[in-house]
Design a protein around this ligand. Sequence first.
Ligand SMILES: *Cc1c(COP(=O)(O)O)cnc(C)c1O
Length: 362
Amino acid sequence: MIIPISEPSLEGNEKKYLMETVASSWISSAGEFVSKFEHSFSDYCGVKHGVATANGTVALHLALVALGIGKGDEVVVPNLTFAATINSVLYTGATPVIVDIEQESWCISPEEIEKAITKKTKAIIPVHLFGQPCDMERICDIANKYNLKIVEDCAQAHGAEYLGSKVGSFGDINCFSFYGNKIVTTGEGGMCVTNDTELNDKMRILKDHGMSKTKRYYHEVVGFNYRMTNMQSAIGAAQMERIDEMLMWRKELEKAYKSRFSEIQHLQLQKDDLANRKKVTWLISALVPAKKRNNCVQKLGEAGFDTRVFFYPLSSMSIYKSYVFSDKISTAIAEQGINFPTIRRLSNENIDDMAKILRDCL
Ligand SMILES: *Cc1c(COP(=O)(O)O)cnc(C)c1O
């Protein structure tokens, strides 16, 4: 493969700060960069507290445990997402309830959420898929009406906004991933952000073996080791110095794709003009007819362009099947979706080449 689908952008102070952790010998999870990164990231989201974690999956698990979700509870999740969303629910012993998505946004459908609610429902995990914010106004209304918790899964949408507020500022606890292909990366890493000081304190104890903050080696709850290292945080702190710039080149790239792909018949780029929503560019995404998709992927691959098809819908996998409430739209969309290379060094000529191949295929 000549052109990868994504690659981290590490041109700022990433190396410098990382080397500082090595030079100082503070390479484990104590060290100044952890709180520095937590503060810069939560400030960016407009949220009071940030709790750094080892990855995005354990951030979701930590959030659910801190909210008291467990056996006998139901948690509503979208059918089209990365498996970590539903796995985090299963880790707690709660029962996930898989619901369908909206046709236009590809995000969880508020109507389907409301239909799926039972007496056991305790929480909703809206996933801002491929940088597109969910309909947070309606989801928050539903949560208020039925007294449910919200845990936003923001792993693919750092910096996206709904009605002028950043994703990560709507739910009770909201989770990010900093995996290598995410908009902000620390290699592996995650964060829970919250405005609730009590939940913040609770998560800090839970992620550090459940150890008392005042009495060392005295454990108040059965906790986890979900800590992020100072090395990862150093990279994260450097990334946060450049987040606006990184989102800008991503947006410019999306525009370049849009101007070259919008005339291709039978190809529909992800919507970027939905009411109240300001999406960010994670992976450039588009739908093509299901029957032609695999041929498109193959032809692009032969020309050196790495692409990805969308996630399999959760409802299509036997381990999740029994949790499905509704899955019609997500099943259709998942079969049509392709993600295209979203890297800084992609040239307009590269996009022209892909457009030509797609025109031939479609
Ligand atoms: C990446 C991702 C996660 C998990 O993050 P990791 O850091 O890889 O554990 C969770 N949810 C979604 C939607 C993701 O894309």
